[in-house]
Design a protein around this ligand. Sequence first.
Ligand code: ZN
Ligand code: MN
Ligand code: MN
Length: 279
Amino acid sequence: MLVGCHVSISGSIDKAVDNAVERKCSAFQIFTRNPRGWHAKELTDPDVKNFKEKLSANKIDRFATCAHMPYLPNLSSPKEDGFEKSVSSLIGEVERCGKLGIPYLVTHLGSHLGTGEEAGIKRLVKGLTKAGQVKNDVMILLENTAGQKNSVGSDFAQLGEIFRQLKPEKKFGICLDTCHAFVSGYDLRTEKNVKETFKEFEKHVGMENLKILHLNDAKGEIGCNLDRHYHIGLGSIGKEGMTAVIKFISKKKIPIILETPIDDTRDDFENVKIVKELA
Ligand code: ZN
Ligand code: MN
Ligand code: MN
């Protein structure tokens, strides 16, 4: 199975690989830069070289790596300047991933800020389509949302609708977050629930489009729309549901990435280990 967690690039980008190896990850996710600002420092040739060399030295398949977009961009923004900045940022990240050989870039779908879903989706599709023009082999993955106020894409039918508007097809895929799905109302607590939820996903989005799974248990109850991740098996989804998801996804060789908290209960080392045990 391919499993790992989000790792820090603090120090230099190749440190991410060390952090992943230390945590016994066969897959991992990074921010290619500080996620809290708009500015991205250029990647230097040594940055790229060191990252790639460490990946191959540790036999980590680049197709088990992904990057996540920074926090500030809002691709559904009705504000012209905010939207333009967000699209530039997305294009920048697609280019950075291309340099690093990272094949997948996970993005949130943004907030329409009260202008309505239709308006938000129109902006979103426009922005994604523009970034889809970048000529490299990086695929932009749309992540399902927790269904917070003014967000789009928590509902699989709507996610599929957005996805099918995007061209060229080979530039786009999906990242499914189990916490987000659960708090949006998709039950994952039993093996039967998991089967049914993935059947819904297959019907509206298609399993062949699922490139990365964000495996997170949920702090909140089903349908609460609260985006709070929790330790694997200890949240509202629980051990049975998490186990069923892990088994189903690892059979398909889709990389499993944890975005679980680090606190007194557990750290990333332990959550990665637990996933392997549950498998
Ligand atoms: Zn995310
Ligand atoms: Mn996620
Ligand atoms: Mn989340």
